[in-house]
Design a protein around this ligand. Structure first.
Ligand code: 5GP
Ligand code: ZN
Length: 114
């Protein structure tokens, strides 16, 4: 999608601090980190706006993102643990409508998720 921020980052039109890249996935550091490690993992293709649009046709992209999340966790040494978050919709705090997963680590997390 031409006016999508993360499509532009995936295309290299907007610079990012890359952590991992292959033919279908890009991971980069969040511009406004909410933890010492805060990485965004996106399918390069705009397969869905959010988790609300995952279907049998595009779920392989989600599975691949999670394979890469495991790789990044090892690469970044997140042995103590990490949290993966995806926001779907404005009420969940989603600001960029391109499916993405936040990897958060390096801080003591609350027992509760909210
Ligand atoms: P959401 O709120 O949609 O779940 O997550 C969007 C994330 O993208 C936010 O954490 C925000 O800080 C991050 N973000 C917004 N614009 C940019 C940008 O231009 N570059 C990077 N690296 N992150 C961005
Ligand atoms: Zn997009």
């Amino acid at each position: 999608m031409s006016d999508c921020l993360f499509c532009k980052i995936a295309a290299g039109e907007i610079p990012s601090s890359k952590v991992y890249e292959d033919e279908s996935v890009l991971a980069f550091r969040d511009i406004n980190p909410q933890a010492p490690t805060h990485i965004l993992v996106i399918p390069k293709q705009h397969v869905a706006d959010s988790a609300a649009q995952v279907t049998p046709e595009n779920s392989a992209a989600v599975a691949h993102c999670f394979e890469i999340i495991a790789k990044i966790a090892a690469q970044e040494g997140l042995d103590a643990g990490f949290r993966v978050i995806t926001n779907a919709g404005a009420a969940a705090g989603q600001t960029v409508p391109h499916l993405h997963f936040h990897i958060l680590a390096g801080v003591e997390m609350a027992d509760k998720m909210l």
